[in-house]
Ligand binder design. Structure first.
Ligand code: MTE
Ligand code: MO
Length: 376
């Protein structure tokens, strides 16, 4: 599967695990564009990269639907059968910015699963595909018992002596509001192999883990999936819980991404020679709406400067907004710069990493802080 890494990804991706392939783009490049080029989009894999012939490919729809079916890619792409949708979506891994939690306290999470991501495990692409709602309708609609929808990927991964197929689920509500797409195109190109070709799920606003790549099966079930990725991973616990007292049921399964943001340039520990202003760039994202206000500070959060609306990128319902701002700085020496975002429901971010620390090190959504040496 390394051939896809070489072919489909930029040479300077930061490889956060040796195997399986997991990588994020360099900080300096990520927010240069609102839509992330495919070569720079982060990749998160639990196992290898399956090779699937798109002409032979089909996926199954089964469980609590009235007419279980096998659907070929060609049928899904037939516009007389299914209307298409095209939409810009941000995918963010719940592990984004994990290094800050590791820095505070690494806990004893699973090192294999808990890749040390920085601020780049997020990306925005325009996907073309069909809303899962239309597929379920084509299959005769849901039966009454259908409350969750499980997705299976063709990839397998190995953990603690067992081999699993990747599997996750989302509540049917998410499908009913057209926030689940089955996509075969990413930024005008056929979906790259590394991103789930020929067909993947894209779940808007939820943690990346629910957007199953290399889709083989859509299974309508009553309770959430019992697969390990759904039941045992991606669980959020309060800071009082650690490996010794975590039980899977004293935490909750993370679905919607919280409001978060990051400074991408300058980078932590840089020395900046300037004449009273430092240019900063970054991203802001909210899984349940959109970033409405972005603020930056050069004194650790004492005084906040609002990034003018015009310096936030365009608003999409399920995508990040990139931003840039020249922050006034008079002080010299090491200063703490930070950013926080407010979304359209006025949700904002925890102040410090420790306020939301959790032993499996997910969703680091606290105010992002970096140190810069200011020479004025
Ligand atoms: N789907 C399959 N089949 N296997 C995987 O390992 N990883 C998930 C999700 N879908 C995964 C998967 C996780 S945790 C994330 S964050 C996203 O894919 C990442 O999508 P990307 O690699 O296209 O950026
Ligand atoms: Mo993820």
């Amino acid at each position: 599967s390394w051939k896809y890494v070489l072919k489909e990804k930029s040479e300077d991706m930061i490889h956060v695990l040796q195997f399986p392939y997991n990588g994020e783009p360099p900080r300096k490049r990520l927010v240069e564009t609102e839509i992330t080029p495919n070569k720079d989009h982060f990749v998160r894999n639990h196992g290898g990269i399956p090779e699937i012939d798109p002409t032979e490919y089909y996926f199954e729809v089964e469980g609590f639907v009235n007419k279980p079916m096998k659907i070929k890619l060609q049928d899904l792409q037939d516009e007389t059968k299914f209307p298409r949708m095209s939409t810009a979506v941000t995918l963010q891994c719940s592990g984004t910015r994990r290094i800050e939690q590791i820095h505070d306290y690494p806990g004893d999470g699973d090192e294999l699963i808990n890749a040390p991501w920085g601020e780049g495990a997020i990306g925005t692409a325009r996907y073309v595909g069909v809303s899962l709602k239309k597929v379920i309708k084509y299959c005769g609609g849901l039966k009454d018992e259908g409350e969750n929808i499980e997705f299976f990927g063709a990839d397998t991964y190995f953990k603690k002596g067992h081999i699993y197929n990747y599997a996750v689920s989302v509540p049917v509500r998410k499908m009913k509001i057209n926030e689940v797409i089955l996509a075969w195109e990413m930024n005008g190109e056929p979906l790259p192999a590394i991103h789930g070709a020929p067909l993947r799920v894209v779940v808007m606003g939820y943690i990346g883990a629910r957007s199953c790549k290399w889709l083989t099966r859509v299974n309508v079930i009553k309770d959430p999936s019992r697969a390990p990725v759904q039941m045992k991973e991606y669980i959020y616990y309060t800071p009082q819980i650690g490996k010794h007292n975590a039980t899977y049921s004293n935490g909750f399964s993370i679905q919607t991404m919280p409001v978060a943001s990051a400074i991408m340039t300058p980078v932590d520990k840089e020395v900046i020679i300037h004449d009273g202003k430092i240019k900063m760039t970054g991203w802001a994202y909210s899984g349940s709406g959109w970033p409405e206000r972005v603020e930056v500070s050069n004194d650790g959060g004492g005084v906040w400067y609002e990034v003018p609306y015009a310096q936030l990128s365009r608003k999409y319902f399920h995508a990040w907004r990139t931003w840039e701002f020249e922050i006034p700085v008079d002080a010299e020496g090491w200063l703490e710069f930070c950013v926080r975002c407010w979304d359209n429901a006025l949700n904002t971010q925890p102040t410090f990493v420790r306020s939301a620390w959790n032993w499996d090190l997910h969703v680091t959504s606290s105010c992002h802080r970096i140190k810069l040496y200011s020479v004025n």
